[in-house]
Design a protein around this ligand. Sequence first.
Ligand code: SAM
Length: 290
Amino acid sequence: MNLCDVKTIKQLMAMFSLNFRKEFGQNFLTNISVVEDIADNCCDDSETTILEIGPGVGSLTRELAARYKHVVAIEIDHGLIPVLKYTLDEFKNVTVINEDVMKLDLGEVLAPYFESGKVSVCANLPYYITTPILMKLLESGLPFEYITIMIQSEVADRLCTAPGSKDCGAITAVLNYYGAPEKLFKVGAHNFIPAPKVDSSVVRIKLHKDKPCKPHDEATLFRTIRAAFEQRRKTLPNALSAVFGELTKEELTAAVTECGHPENIRGEKLSTEQFTALSDVLYEKIQNKQ
Ligand code: SAM
């Protein structure tokens, strides 16, 4: 069964009386070699369990199931569940869950798989919710080995640019705190049905087992990054003052200069390590005031 064949996808949709649901970001892959490349490169150990978000009609799911120990596939669209039952029938190592991934307790669902070995994530993510899903995976604190996701090319470029470079955003700095992102390859819009308006790219993130940055307080680190990028045209002390109301402008300026930066620096120039150092100084100043 070639689930990337456009005729087969259309036949399946008709057989189960389904339409492509735009509100769920349903753009299904139609190029089997792209699907194989994603499955081949999403992790390096066949004894791994893969969490797939949004299996669609099951094209990537089948390739993952053929290569890895187990696949847990979360699909929001209940209409696709009978399709997946049909297309994945021959695979005994696939568990399909009909849920919104944003509502699911991933720790609970994946506990037995973490207990018995490694777990990685592999997904062609729906565009409308890419960042919230990625943040949920990272903030879950679950020890995934790799997170491999297909996302809009523009977002992939922002994730994979060097922190401190002009294209980076808050997500770049936060992502580099959790792991090392790498852009694997680009996938043109013509490889999907229906074709989206923009091209996609596959990004693989290797999660740090031991994070190189160890802030005194994670929440203060994320506040510092958010402040810097929310007002990226402002100087860093000014941008910080919008978020750190408990510190005076003088204290914020002192924190920036104590870290060795000129006071007119913009926050977007900082690396994740520099954000961590700054957040430690800010955290101490806040503690000293209490
Ligand atoms: N994996 C398939 C492929 O590559 O052809 C489909 C990918 S399609 C871009 C995204 C899939 O995610 C769709 O099947 C969609 O119904 C599902 N989806 C969208 N939002 C979701 C959510 N919040 N939780 C779980 N699945 C979701």
